[in-house]
Design a protein around this ligand. Sequence first.
Ligand SMILES: Nc1nc2c(c(=O)[nH]1)N[C@H]1C(S)=C(S)[C@@H](COP(=O)(O)OP(=O)(O)OC[C@H]3O[C@@H](n4cnc5c(=O)[nH]c(N)nc54)[C@H](O)[C@@H]3O)O[C@H]1N2
Ligand SMILES: Nc1nc2c(c(=O)[nH]1)N[C@H]1C(S)=C(S)[C@@H](COP(=O)(O)OP(=O)(O)OC[C@H]3O[C@@H](n4cnc5c(=O)[nH]c(N)nc54)[C@H](O)[C@@H]3O)O[C@H]1N2
Ligand code: SF4
Ligand SMILES: [Mo]
Length: 739
Amino acid sequence: MIRNSVLTEKVLPILQRHEGPMTRELLLSPGEHGLGMTHKSLAADEVTTAVCGYCATGCGLRLHLQQGLAVGLSPESEYPVNLGMACPKGWEALRVLDSPNRATTPMRREGNQLIAIDWDEALQMFCHEFKKIGKEHGPQSVAFLSTGQIACEEMAFLGCLAKFGMGMLHGDGNTRQCMATAVTAYKESFGFDAPPYTYADFEASDCLVFVGANPCIGHPIMWERVLRNPNDPEIVVLDPRVTETAMAATEHLQLRPKSDLILLYGLTREVIAIGGVDKDFVERSTCGFEELSQCVDAYTPAVTAQASGIDEEVIRRTARKIADASAASFWWTMGVNQSYEGVRTAQAIINLALITGNIGRPGTGANSITGQCNAMGSRLWSNTTNLFGHHDFASAEDRQRLAEILGIQSERIPDQNSLSYDQIMDGIDSGEIRGLWVIATNPAHSWIDQDDARRRLAKLDFLVVQDMYANTETAAECDLLLPAAGWGEKSGTFINSERRYGLHKQVRRAPGKALSDFRIFRAVADYWGCGEMFSDWTTPEAVFQIMQRVSCGRPNDISGINGYEQIDQCGGIQWPWSTQDAASGLPEQERRLFAGGKFFTHDGKARLITAEPGTMPEPPSDQYPFILLTGRGTVSQWHTQTRTSQSPILRKLYPETIYAEIHPHDAQELSIATGDSVRVRSRRGSIVVQASVTSSVGQGQVFIPMHYGATNRLTLKHFDPYSRQPSYKDSAVSLERVQ
Ligand SMILES: Nc1nc2c(c(=O)[nH]1)N[C@H]1C(S)=C(S)[C@@H](COP(=O)(O)OP(=O)(O)OC[C@H]3O[C@@H](n4cnc5c(=O)[nH]c(N)nc54)[C@H](O)[C@@H]3O)O[C@H]1N2
Ligand SMILES: Nc1nc2c(c(=O)[nH]1)N[C@H]1C(S)=C(S)[C@@H](COP(=O)(O)OP(=O)(O)OC[C@H]3O[C@@H](n4cnc5c(=O)[nH]c(N)nc54)[C@H](O)[C@@H]3O)O[C@H]1N2
Ligand code: SF4
Ligand SMILES: [Mo]
């Protein structure tokens, strides 16, 4: 067995000072001592539970232990989220930990090679290089990129350490690629980033509208909840592709890519015209209805049909379904968020829910489905786009409040917002940003317009990658690699799509010298010289208590949660759960927001926000006649595949080589057959893929999954102006059979 002999000598005392003298023992035998499982230690041959570490469904998994270490898992039947179900990624969650590609030791670049070093040298180098850059070029010259895939307590530590301890001004995360649009839309419309729903709503609706979402692939266990709906519901799907979800719909609106805003306005106009408005609710709980009516008036069924490619009759029928439903729910994901007009499109969905009074009741809601296991956590706790705990960097009052709770000087808190991810990339290009710390994300694969992204990353004076695996595309470019423990090798909380805090626990030893992200941050703090500022940040649960204090009195109040143990016992706990809530007893398992029609704006009313629809920045042309759609390919592939490719079982469940779905008519014109090699070219790059001829894509469109390294070589770098989220699903490309 690989022993964690790491903890060498200099790093170990740091951890011991914070965690107690048992640290070495704990690192060696987590199972016996329940490292991180603060509430109870695990005896031999028990079971325990943990929430899954892939998607934001947040399924509960039951871990089967021998001598305190997990030897197998099965879905947890008692957990309110998944009710005994899991998808293949969840089933294989332990397998991917055992891989020869794991990062097992810190490494630094020497010429073309990464060479192994110990933690002491790594941490010294980390501090020396970042301090040197900061001294020469100012505090804006170093930045970090965080993630939605580590525990709340870890992202909290990272964000506070980087900004308050190390003095960085700029940090963003991969949540920008994913949820930024929903965040901005909710903040503007509801006054707070607050997804209102609970999963029971999937089962309680009689009309579910999915916009740019393919839960059969992306959130299969949520889809199972839809299948349990006893109301024989209408299922309306807006997607340019005939996805698995669209095939199950009672009404598939196969709209032209990026015609959502017009189509949603057309539906809104029709709903108003047929008397589907809940006037009382609109009067009592919203503002902006007049402006909304005026804005949508131009989108008659004829105009809408012309722009979206959806028949007038279908538009009328769909509006009728929404208006007639006693409980309609609206769900959206990346087909909306990843758009150059994503925020306004999300708000068009929110408007529809609001004007029909479909919010705050069972089976309703304007519901953004979250992507990563803890993207919701990063929205609240990463200290990137908003000040820790969803405060405002620009507000002196908020800075003061936070400084008092954290026991730091308020001057240590930046008074300006971070640059967004794309602006950080621009800063790298202009030479303003020279040092970058990348944690649990893989930008050299996932960022838009990849050749350009890599060119920029190569300009950095110092790139640190902190990852579970040593073979990621970004690790290949780094100057320093910090080996991280993964899910199952550490503990903390994730917040799922329905605002539920769930616990994950250490049931495995991390390989070699890998350390949990939490411990890496702990050690960095001490080496940097700001360890004292974090003297209370000893364990994940201690940080959770700090988060509770910070949340007090805010919409995301969790002050009433009685420790990790209660989260575990209750099957997770949704925010908010304040001390006042807790006075009335235990949390109910399914709670939704806005039951009283009061929102988080200063007057309690939701805003109905509209805009003129824009045009696609890179429409198809003679030279590039196809629209490239990208997204999730199969249930068994996760993003950049660093994790899922490690499981032999998952590998059998997805196509090994990159492929493009092409419509039969287009294929025929270009003499392309399934299996042929096809060159796909955009203005940025050119790649070769295998053809898959299928009518699941529309004519004039191609679909390439994001899981393959080459996909983002094609994508056009463009963003929503309000959320700065990349628009990954509308680039112009050409196709040509490779002879
Ligand atoms: N198996 C698996 N599951 C995952 C993930 C994974 O990598 N693998 N990732 C997780 C993460 S982080 C996320 S964010 C979610 C993403 O989950 P989804 O958003 O459901 O997945 P995508 O495939 O990116 O996009 C959804 C749909 O948007 C459609 N679309 C494209 N353009 C448009 C448009 O202009 N309008 C409309 N209406 N639709 C459009 C696409 O055809 C696609 O079917 O999945 C999560 N779950
Ligand atoms: N073309 C196109 N591109 C897209 C998308 C699209 O639809 N189309 N979708 C976008 C979306 S929604 C998303 S969310 C992004 C995802 O993009 P990324 O965040 O780049 O994708 P992942 O593969 O999930 O990267 C997570 C990294 O963290 C590592 N990791 C996992 N767990 C841990 C941990 O506990 N600690 C540490 N330190 N490391 C860990 C993994 O090994 C992996 O390298 O991609 C975006 N890119
Ligand atoms: S649906 Fe998501 S949370 Fe559930 S097992 Fe699959 S990846 Fe994990
Ligand atoms: Mo995502």
